[in-house]
Design a binder for this molecule. Structure first.
Ligand SMILES: Cc1cc2nc3c(=O)[nH]c(=O)nc-3n(C[C@H](O)[C@H](O)[C@H](O)COP(=O)(O)OP(=O)(O)OC[C@H]3O[C@@H](n4cnc5c(N)ncnc54)[C@H](O)[C@@H]3O)c2cc1C
Length: 443
């Protein structure tokens, strides 16, 4: 993962988007470290509240997970709703989850108000890998009742009108969720930050932070920023700049592939609607049709930060397992990205000490939550708002240091095993049901 950002999103950007390196000594109210969605959302929230901001990015904006992700925009966090409910109880779980549902509205509003071209497309279909409609219906009721989700149960006949595969059974449909080009969105927000006086520097890694009597001094190779507040937004790309955050962050790689554009007929032989689609396994596939009628396909997680050999072939293999009728499609591009995971799968949104804040480690669900996190931290710094305190109880547990990635791989394999067991259990139940039906007919 060196050089420039090579994703299809980067190819959609047009000219004039590079920012300068920091080569001077500056002062600001706030210095934001990291130019992914978290850093950009914090910076935007701050300039909108009248604060002066300098944002430092090691490489280019969106270099990390934010410019490489699947572009699915959904409610909730990497920790699922059942986990939140169990840990926090009904009322607090709903409150903390609700922040992300509001964030989805804010993303739409910002894209519209600022005229950001980021291809927002509605609808999110989560297809069941297992034959268990009753448990699916219960989940729909649970999410409606406890989290106020706008969600529908779809029977399998309806699912198969959209996904022409017999791998799926029933599904949940979220009409209010959407997908978009995340890098286009980041670039659009960056333009808004600059139009309001914020300063953004690329290829300017923060190398050291010195806390002073009136704030912090952040040093880069050729400049400094002195600020009353700093916000750490470096996620898995941080490399130990702030020890408490780094030791509580487990870097987990995951992958995306994009096909060459398909003919309308070929695409429709497999997928007939431009929704964000995924399945219900722990180790799920997720995919969506892009504006040029190519297919973006994401999935798998990996050990460490190395991009596996033959990634494109492996991802294509995953696609053909679901849609063998797409045999013959060609891969245009495949890439890896690294997510920052915590032990509890909830982000580190909060105050580390006076004038030192974090908005980071969002794991595999970041588009909605980074927007919510950005608003919380900006409101805390500019207005003394204390919503961020909802996240204090999650803490900064150690993720295992060098052994962490091994543990993560083990967990991923165990998820794979759990999926396989679940599938075997279902097949067994189906066989039992068939036998019972045959016995009834014979009688
Ligand atoms: C392949 C993939 C697919 C995904 N799909 C989805 C999806 O469909 N939907 C969804 O919601 N989420 C998805 N995610 C997760 C989501 O992308 C992340 O949760 C989110 O982007 C995290 O944003 P961030 O700003 O915290 O981190 P990042 O985007 O990783 O940004 C951190 C930035 O900080 C910079 N940085 C680090 N250290 C320094 C330093 N010392 N000085 C200056 N800059 C520094 C890095 O260069 C980097 O640009 C996916 C992630 C991956 C990798």
């Amino acid at each position: 993962m060196t050089g420039k950002l090579e994703t299809i999103y980067a190819q959609t950007l047009t000219g004039g988007l590079t920012r300068p390196r920091l080569e001077e000594n500056l002062s600001a109210d706030v210095c934001v470290i990291g130019g992914g969605l978290a850093g950009i959302n914090v910076a935007l929230g701050l300039v909108q509240r009248g604060k002066s901001v300098v944002l430092l990015e090691s490489r280019c904006l969106g270099w990390g997970a934010s410019g490489r992700n699947g572009g699915f925009v959904l409610g909730g966090y990497a920790a699922g709703p059942y986990e939140l409910y169990k840990k926090l109880g009904a009322s607090q779980a709903r409150q903390i989850y609700g922040l992300t549902l509001s964030a989805l509205k804010l993303i739409r509003q910002r894209a519209k108000d600022f005229g950001i071209p980021c291809d927002i497309t509605d609808g999110h279909l989560k297809c069941s890998w297992y034959d268990e409609p009753e448990s699916q219906k219960k989940t729909v009721d649970f999410l409606k009742e406890n989290f106020g989700e706008n969600i529908e149960f779809w029977p399998r006949e309806k699912v198969r009108d959209v996904c022409r595969t017999d791998r799926y059974y029933d599904a949940y449909f979220y009409p209010g969720y959407f997908h978009m080009n995340p890098l286009g969105y980041i670039q659009g927000l960056a333009g808004v930050i600059e139009s309001k006086g914020g300063r953004i520097f690329e290829y300017s890694p923060a190398l050291a932070v010195e806390e002073t009597s009136s704030g912090s001094r952040v040093k880069t190779a050729s400049g400094t920023v002195h600020a009353a507040h700093i916000v750490y937004c470096g996620s898995a790309y941080f490399n130990g700049l702030e020890k408490r955050l780094s030791r509580a962050c487990l870097p987990v790689s995951t992958y995306v592939m994009v096909t060459e554009p398909l003919s309308r007929e070929k695409m429709a032989s497999a997928i007939t609607k431009p929704y964000a689609i995924r399945d219900t396994r722990w180790t799920d596939d997720y995919y969506r049709i892009l504006p040029d009628n190519s297919l973006l396909w994401g999935g798998r997680v990996g050990l460490g930060t190395r991009v596996p050999a033959n990634l494109d072939r492996a991802m294509l293999g995953d696609l053909l397992k679901i849609y063998p009728q797409l045999e013959g499609v060609r891969v245009k591009s495949a890439w890896a990205g690294i997510m920052g995971y915590t032990t509890h799968k909830m982000p580190h949104i909060g105050r580390l000490r006076d004038g030192v804040w974090s908005c980071t480690n969002f794991g595999g669900n970041g588009l909605g939550p980074t927007t919510a996190g950005g608003e919380m931290i900006a409101a805390a710094i500019a207005q003394g708002d204390e919503t961020y305190k909802l996240f204090e109880r999650f803490g900064h547990q150690w993720t295992g240091g060098p052994l962490g990635p091994l543990v993560a791989q083990g967990v991923y394999y165990s998820w794979g095993i759990a999926d396989a067991l679940h599938e075997t259990g279902n097949a067994f139940k189906r066989a039992q049901r068939k036998k019972a039906a045959a016995r009834r007919t014979a009688r």
